[in-house]
Design a protein around this ligand. Structure first.
Ligand code: AMP
Ligand code: GLY
Length: 426
């Protein structure tokens, strides 16, 4: 069978890598892909936003399945178009993807169906928002309603910081129309975890748990990023908690959407805050997490193609998804300056040596070819991922691999997975 993967980051490299091991898959295409993906897939030069051209390509090449990595094409309706032409595509339709693309839609759904989440209020008026912040005090959370590449959330420790966030979003419009509405939320305390599941709209099958590290510097300091590393499993998600997340969050969310006439198919990702043993939803994503996918798919024993087809063909209840026991850790190497301004085009060395280390796979995120070299081409450059007999073993292997890799200005956190180790994981 032939598959097309949409996207070109570390998540998509992990998807392509896993598909390349499938007995069912003969050929993988990726749009746009990156230098690492190009080793396993044919990277195609079609505009990622031009859904009609992508559909034409799928028809011309007789592609059996398309897998969508990022949220943007989902929120713009790529699934609706492909399905209207009878093509298999993994991901939710536009209306279902609103769970991620509109925070107010998602919060309103949670509130009206009793799904645990932080208290909130939605504002379109700057003056009213300002008044509300003064009334509530700090700490308080300010969020742009629409998609803002993970940067639209401000955890304000003081009222001044909150006011500044409101000004940025509503007055300076740094996120454009995504900031037409803002959410002001109660600040939850506790430990975060990522919970991802496959669903065909009827059956929900959880993946192994994971946790990412969002801040740029060690000890969770500095600005938020797309994610500087991740590990799986997340020890905060016990078996009991997993059951609670499925019963109190995942199932009720799918049911709530259904009650509004929306079928959710694809991957449902809940960003959770665990406070005194109870899970609260921070946000929903309608796709796999990046970088969580890198350690999570490293632990998938089953054939990803078989799983993806079971989701699109609505027979998820008929298959069994198996996972490896070995934990996995992914450390992201970013360009110096990220998440602010950064350089591109610096030569990366040591990739082969890093990949040679037992249990290690280096997933590419922002890389490209220049002549015969592989060079940096994005903020997050690589996701060095290792599996091992324990979290500490996997972490050791990942950092050993990083020692082999060099490029000008490279930056990575030294404490990925320490949160799990501090909880007593081995
Ligand atoms: P989101 O994009 O909504 O997941 O927010 C990004 C990050 O902001 C989350 O991973 C949390 O670290 C933090 N966050 C979001 N909402 C809240 C909240 N209500 N209370 C505390 N932290 C939050
Ligand atoms: N790692 C967080 C996300 O993918 O949204």
């Amino acid at each position: 069978m032939k598959v097309l993967v949409i996207g070109g980051g570390g998540r998509e490299h992990a998807i392509v890598w896993k598909l390349s091991q499938s007995r069912m898959v003969d050929k993988i295409y990726c749009c746009p892909g990156n230098a690492g993906i190009a080793e396993m897939a044919e990277c195609i030069n079609v505009n990622q936003d031009d859904f009609q051209s992508l559909l034409d390509f799928v028809k011309y090449e007789w592609i059996d399945l398309t897998i969508v990595g990022p949220e943007a094409p989902l929120s713009k309706g790529i699934v609706d178009l492909f399905e209207s032409e009878g093509r298999r595509i993994l991901g939710p339709a536009k209306a279902a993807a609103r769970l991620e693309s509109s925070k107010s839609f998602s919060k309103d759904l949670m509130r009206s169906h009793g799904i645990p989440t932080a208290e909130y209020k939605v504002f379109t008026s700057y003056l009213h928002a300002e008044e509300y912040v003064k009334f509530k005090g700090a700490p308080i959370v300010i969020k742009a309603d629409g998609l803002a590449a993970g940067k639209g959330v401000f955890i304000a420790a003081t009222v001044e910081e909150a006011m500044d966030a409101l000004r940025q979003i509503m007055k300076n419009r740094v996120f454009g129309a995504a900031g037409d509405r803002v959410l002001i939320e109660e600040c939850l305390q506790g430990e975060e975890a990522s919970f991802m599941a496959f669903t065909d709209g009827k059956t929900i099958v959880p993946m192994v748990s994971s946790q990412d590290h969002k801040r740029i510097f060690d000890n969770d300091q500095g600005p938020n990023t797309g994610g500087m590393g991740a590990y799986s499993p997340a020890p905060v998600i016990t078996e009991e908690l997993e059951a609670a997340v499925i019963e109190k969050i995942m199932k009720p969310t799918i049911r709530a959407l259904k009650s509004e006439g929306i079928t959710y198919k694809g991957i449902l990702y809940a960003g959770l805050m665990i406070d005194r043993g109870k899970p609260y939803v921070l946000e929903f994503n309608c796709r796999l997490g990046d970088p969580e996918t890198q350690p999570v798919l490293s632990r998938l024993q089953s054939d990803l193609m078989e799983v993806a087809m079971a989701v699109t063909d609505e027979r998820l209840s008929e298959i069994k998804i198996e996972w490896k026991k070995e934990p996995a850790v992914c450390v992201v190497i970013s360009s110096g300056g990220y998440p602010g301004k950064y350089r591109k085009g610096d030569v990366i060395t040591g990739l082969a040596e890093a990949n040679n280390i037992e249990g290690v796979h280096v997933f590419h995120a922002g890389t490209a070819f220049k002549d015969s070299d592989i060079v940096t081409a994005g903020g997050r450059v690589l996701g060095v991922t290792a599996t091992g007999s324990s979290i500490s073993e996997a972490k050791k292997q990942a950092y050993e691999a990083i020692d082999k890799i060099r490029f000008r200005g490279m930056h990575y956190r030294k404490d990925i997975a320490d949160r799990a180790l501090n909880r007593g994981s081995e």
